[in-house]
Design a protein around this ligand. Structure first.
Ligand code: HMG
Length: 335
């Protein structure tokens, strides 16, 4: 059986719509596996925010700044730098204004931050931020745990933040947390998560990142979610934010690539996890994703040597082992 037929059968089994399969007809065959003919894959590096927010020991501001600078210098086009959330809720990121005023802002690099409410937006705007993200959750239970507000209330808050940000020429990205599973409610209906993504897109988020906050997704559930999302948000405006708790994140990203998604949130050295999602591990490691993309010959703009240096820097500074299998192997080979 040819590789193309195998992929078609896989797509049918995953229940991909005929529209989605038609878009795959515009694919190129690369290294024996069909993937979408994207000119460019965008990596949104979330390590300095998602990766560090749950660290129990306070990470010095200068370490955060150096990490962000190193990632940008490595060619990462978007580095999510910090959060303007309540410091009572996330003490680790209480130094967000100082971080933003200390980093070197390279031309062409985006430095988005999280803003849950108007207070967050005002603080971010005062710090000169040019891009923010709002982050409602797909389940009521997680919305209460993470933001202390119901989904309708947080959506109203997001609408206010998006409108005010756009008035100030601040771009807004949207996240849907717990889009593929919730630590408190379990399974999540993909249609509900997709509808929420549509709400964010309709209110003015330029892109919506679907979060597997607790890393329970599989390629099958990932395909179902993104298929549902396409009813509400154009494919090229969707991103995947995969945590790797169950070791499925790379496979989920490959599924996304096959569906035409080209934006992926990743975390250097696989750091992180949400403080309000107990047991969740870090995001898929940036190094692992870059290694896979290199295998396909896809453009991402990242210099792997500089990325590995950033990876060694942060694991050294935190005194942690590297959760990236690719980085661990490549660094061992260099030693
Ligand atoms: C939304 C709130 C603030 C509600 O929290 P609340 O306690 O209901 O807020 P409040 O409005 O009652 O205010 C309480 C205090 O916080 C202050 N406050 C209020 N807002 C701010 C702000 N922006 N910046 C600074 N201070 C703020 C406010 O001024 C007040 O101060 P006090 O009068 O007591 O001195 C809180 O729940 C919060 O900050 N939550 C953020 C939680 C968070 O950051 N979670 C992790 C990120 S989400 C994630 O990781 C998932 C994601 C995005 O990565 C996707 C995925 O992984 O799938």
């Amino acid at each position: 059986m040819s590789a193309a037929i195998t992929v078609l059968k896989l797509q049918q089994r995953l229940g991909l719509s005929s529209a989605c399969r038609a878009s795959l007809a515009r694919t190129t065959q690369q290294r024996g596996l069909q993937i979408f003919a994207a000119d460019q894959i965008t990596i949104v590096e979330v390590g300095p925010r998602d990766g560090l927010q749950n660290e129990q020991t306070q990470v010095p501001t200068q370490v955060k700044v150096e990490l962000i600078n190193r990632l940008a210098e490595a060619g990462v086009g978007a580095v999510e730098a910090t959060s303007f959330v309540s410091p009572k809720w996330v003490p680790q990121l209480a130094d967000s204004a100082e971080v933003m005023s200390s980093i070197v802002k390279l031309p062409g690099v985006r430095y988005p931050v999280l803003t849950p409410n108007m207070k967050g937006l005002e603080r971010a705007a005062a710090a000169g931020v040019k891009e923010v993200a709002v982050f409602p959750a797909a389940t009521e239970a997680f919305s209460m745990k993470n933001l202390n507000a119901s989904i309708p209330n947080i959506l109203a808050c997001c609408r206010e933040v998006v409108a005010a940000a756009r008035d100030q020429d601040i771009a807004v990205r949207g996240y849907v947390s717990c889009a593929l599973g919730c630590p408190y409610q379990g399974k999540v209906n993909p249609q509900e998560a997709a509808k929420l993504a549509g709400n964010l897109y309709d209110m003015g988020c330029y892109e919506v990142s679907m979060g597997d906050t607790i890393g329970v997704a599989t390629p099958a559930s990932t395909a179902k979610l993104f298929q549902a999302c396409q009813e509400h948000v154009p494919l090229q405006k969707l991103a995947a934010h995969m945590h790797d708790t169950y070791g499925q994140a790379l496979a989920n990203i490959l599924t996304c690539l096959q569906m035409g998604i080209t934006v992926f949130d990743t975390s250097i050295a696989g750091l992180g996890g949400c403080p309000f999602a107990m047991g969740a591990t870090g995001n898929v490691a940036t190094e692992d994703v870059v290694y896979m993309l290199n295998g396909f010959g896809l453009n991402h703009g990242i210099n792997l040597d500089k990325l590995l240096a950033a990876s060694s820097f942060i694991t050294g500074a935190l005194g942690k082992q590297n959760n990236s299998r690719a980085a661990t192997a490549m660094l061992a080979a260099q030693a």
